[in-house]
Ligand binder design. Structure first.
Ligand SMILES: [Zn+2]
Length: 243
């Protein structure tokens, strides 16, 4: 991904160094927002991001079928991109990290009818169904949570997201997210320490687009996505090099 140098998120992992397993991660709102906002991704976007060939199940073939279908079979004015690269509306609250790496996911621009002012569309220069004039008035989108008129689309970065920033969150290897608490973390550590030969260590990792995509993919097919991405990555790379 081109934007890998930008928007890095820091994550603190508690790991079993001997068993090479993540117990849980301590995360700020930026990481939790990233993980939560994967839920608003349209399926077509997820497949495009991960690549149809590696998608779990048969959904990748469904995607490829749309790609391969000749335009002559489509109803006029229908665009395959609506299925293959669906756009995420900016008001949905996707994490800037998610939006930064997804080149297909542009924010939608809206165009209004400047004659009757009754219609709005996301495609430029189509005719207004009410007054038949061309709809070309570009509109700035105001985020729904911008209660005062002084806030607009430019406050996206500071006002986006879902969870509060002052709190630290705990996210387990199988992606259960809760606000961080001493009791819950001690309970988890105790449960983990019941096993023999556990060597608890702290590991700090950074999450950019590559790790984000790997997490998205692992979360669809694994019960241990944090371990898979942050501890098994070096093993995976070694395997790929040999192939
Ligand atoms: Zn009109």
């Amino acid at each position: 991904m081109a934007n890998d140098g930008d928007s890095k998120i820091t994550l603190k992992l508690l790991i079993d160094a001997r068993g090479q397993k993540v117990l849980f991660a301590e995360a700020g709102n930026d990481f939790i927002d990233f993980m939560f906002s994967t839920l608003i991704l349209p399926l077509g976007s997820i497949i495009k991001l991960i690549s149809p060939a590696t998608m779990v199940g048969s959904i990748g073939k469904l995607y490829k079928s749309v790609e391969n279908l000749k335009e002559t079979y489509l109803i006029p004015n229908r665009d395959k991109a609506a299925l293959l690269q669906p756009t995420i509306p900016c008001f949905a609250g996707a994490s800037p990290l998610l939006l930064a790496g997804a080149d297909a996911m542009n924010q939608i621009t809206y165009y209004s009818c400047q004659t009757c002012h009754k219609r709005v569309t996301s495609a430029k220069n189509i005719n207004c169904p009410t007054c038949k004039k061309v709809m070309s008035g570009e509109l700035d989108f105001v985020l729904p949570w911008s209660s005062s008129s002084s806030r607009g689309v430019n406050e996206w970065d500071s006002e986006g997201g879902f969870v509060k920033g002052v709190i630290t969150y705990m996210i387990t290897d199988d992606l259960e997210v809760t606000p961080m608490s001493a009791i819950s973390s001690i309970t988890l550590i105790n449960r983990f320490s019941m096993k023999k030969d556990v060597l608890l260590e702290e590991k700090v990792v950074t999450v950019g687009m590559n790790e984000g995509l790997a997490l998205l993919e692992a979360s669809l097919e694994s019960q241990t996505p944090l371990t898979d991405v942050f501890l098994a990555a070096s093993i995976k790379k070694a395997i790929f090099k040999e192939m």
